[in-house]
Design a protein around this ligand. Structure first.
Ligand code: DGL
Length: 275
């Protein structure tokens, strides 16, 4: 086993939400160690400008690079939407985002080529999903809707609340009117309300979880490059780092991860120098 193969996978997000991506990776690649960085001091990214999101994402990736990860996964849809190209250019380690895998899965699943996307305002503004889908299928139509109220409602724990259902109904109405048959959940937080989305969208709409699609793609790519852990016999470990309030992160993590995370460590992110 090469030294690179034994290295952990690095995953970063603006905060807690990226733990849904960690969960998908842990399920798909149970023997891989994962270093997770949640930039809890500066969450949310979804309301910020592209320049700010790009700067934050570069600092996050630099932290992970210094942890000697074998690849960096940008769990945050907003950071994937705005910063992936810059990260790919500036870092030697392979960088994966959640937008392209989500777009690919949607194009494969749609039968009427009418695809809906829900995400933060910044992700929708970037048009990243629309561009990625158009590259794969020129004829596909994309109906996108920013849903800025969903992240705070989910963080509040209102994942089964009737108010969240009502807000969702309002957000999804224009997409359902366009007869979408596939809907991309383009935000780290939305897997937590999949049950509500499914109920409102109805059984005919296929839900695409970008986190699961990303885990599948990364596992194929690592396998192709001989970088998958094959000799590890113990389950993969998760090493969580945050930029603020580890206790709060530890207390809420299992909602997103599905099991308790244990101790998280607070870190200062490295300052960016010209690379
Ligand atoms: N992680 C963000 C995303 O997937 C949602 C939370 C935020 O706005 O930072 O877009």
């Amino acid at each position: 086993m090469s030294r690179r193969t034994a290295r952990p996978i690095g995953i970063f997000d603006s905060g807690l939400g990226g733990l849904t991506v960690v969960r998908a990776f842990h399920q798909a690649l149970p023997r891989e160690d994962i270093v997770y960085l949640g930039d809890t001091a500066r969450v949310p990214y979804g309301t910020k400008s592209p320049e700010t999101v790009i700067r934050f994402a570069c600092e996050d990736a630099l932290f992970l690079e210094r942890q000697k990860v074998k690849c960096v996964v940008v769990a945050c849809n907003t950071a994937s939407a705005w910063a992936l190209n810059v990260l790919e250019e500036q870092f030697k380690v392979p960088v994966f985002g959640v937008i392209h895998p989500g777009a690919r899965a949607a194009v494969e699943k749609t039968r009427n080529q009418r695809i809906g996307v829900i995400a933060t305002a910044a992700t929708i503004r970037s048009r990243a999903y629309q561009v990625a889908i158009a590259e794969l299928d020129k004829k596909a139509r994309v109906y996108a809707k920013a849903c800025p109220l969903l992240v705070p409602l989910i963080e509040e724990g209102w994942t089964t609340h009737r108010i969240t259902a009502e807000v969702l109904r309002v957000y999804l109405a224009p997409l359902l009117k366009e007869k979408i048959d596939t809907l991309i959940l383009g935000c780290t937080h939305y897997p937590l309300i999949k049950h509500l989305i499914r109920r409102i969208a109805g059984p005919r709409v296929v839900l695409v979880d970008s986190a699961e699609s990303c885990a599948e793609l990364v596992s194929q790519r690592l396998a192709a490059e001989g970088l998958l852990q094959t000799q590890q016999t113990r389950p993969g470990r998760i090493y969580p780092y945050v930029t603020d309030a580890p206790e709060q992160f530890e207390a809420l993590a299992d909602r997103f991860l599905g099991f308790p995370i244990g101790q998280a460590w607070k870190v200062e992110l490295p300052a960016l120098k010209k690379r």
